[in-house]
Design a protein around this ligand. Sequence first.
Ligand SMILES: Cc1cc2nc3c(=O)[nH]c(=O)nc-3n(C[C@H](O)[C@H](O)[C@H](O)COP(=O)(O)O)c2cc1C
Length: 161
Amino acid sequence: MTIIDLIKTRRTIKQFKPDAISEEAVLSWLEAASYAPNHRMTEPWEILFLGAETRAKLNHKTNFGGAPVVLALLSKPAATPFERDENVMAAACFAQNFLLAAHEAGVGAYWASLGALPHNRATLGVPEDYDVIGIFGIGYPEEVPALKPRSPLASKITYLT
Ligand SMILES: Cc1cc2nc3c(=O)[nH]c(=O)nc-3n(C[C@H](O)[C@H](O)[C@H](O)COP(=O)(O)O)c2cc1C
């Protein structure tokens, strides 16, 4: 698939097969993801792999769709609010790279934002000055939802003189 095809066919997956995914594969997608743009080479991403005990404490409504792998993506602190925003943006680029690398291998992901809630941050042991970008369930899709159509791009563009 071309990169355009990968971008357009990726879906948020909410139900996974129980089939295992090799740790080596997951690490290779994370390594590829680390080529994301990041200002001043802060490389702000940090990853927590979540075991069964932590998953249970997070009490997610579907236990991340039964995903065999669940990880949390964090963005590390910065000296100023501006740089902190930059770190979060870079970490989001990392996330998208990861999603696309996994998707190329036929693996889907569920991006859940509940990790940023105060009690879940405590469960993850995240220091106050870190941002939780998301918690990702990762696995082979049980079902792939239909495409959610996007607005015409023209409605998003303004040309300045
Ligand atoms: C920052 C962020 C947080 C998200 N959090 C959730 C979430 O908590 N629960 C959820 O069901 N989907 C979550 N999503 C996934 C979106 O709902 C999903 O991307 C959107 O519906 C478009 O579907 P698609 O990814 O299949 O194109 C999140 C996506 C992003 C980028």
